[in-house]
Design a binder for this molecule. Sequence first.
Ligand code: PEP
Length: 250
Amino acid sequence: MRKPIIAGNWKMHKTAGEGAKLVQELNALTRTVTAVEIVVCPPFTALTAVAAAVAGTNIGLGAQNMHWEDKGAFTGEIAPGMLKDIGCTHVIIGHSERRQYFAETDQTVNKKLKAAFTAGLKPIMCVGETLAEREAKATEQVVGAQVKGALEGLNAEQVAGLVIAYEPVWAIGTGRTASAEDANAVCAFIRRTVGELFGSASAESVRIQYGGSVKPDNVAELMAKPDIDGALVGGASLEADSFSKLVKFK
Ligand code: PEP
């Protein structure tokens, strides 16, 4: 059985103090939850404060991005070992906003995935099609190519431990959610693709999240689908009340 994972991507929101307060409120509401893995992904500047706030709780700590090199002249970048050092357990890689605004490609995503595994961080790797691609019926072609490109050179064991977030770009921050059927169909396609590339054990183990305007009123329907193993959440993760409702989706 795959343990569901619900992760909050705070994007460019929350100061260090605001982040620590949010986690304290969240922990008060979710401390008894054991059936779901909970992760929060604050901005870099809040990671240290939030690391202290999650200590001793059941909440994991993720960064939203990182560089693939372990050190060097890369002004403004953060190395995987730096994230590990301050207590990160997870890292989001290849979010569509990084691909769209910061020129990330399947090749850079691939390098970052390898670097995350080397550093002992658990990657949450994002894929998803744009609205134009969906309307052109190219979803499987686009998402399949992203998965293949991103996972090239990884081994079956690494892929088994991976979290893949299927996030249709048109559903992120728009209030427009994929139907549970459509979301599950693409998650199932991703699982089949992983199976073809790495074998059935990796396909059965890899956890596939849906992301895109997940809210308390649609989470249960999405999570009831067999190939959806969790959610990557933006807007609804910024308040303890709404995020705790997602975590307690049952
Ligand atoms: C996201 O940022 O990954 C996301 C899914 O955002 P939202 O939940 O706000 O659509």
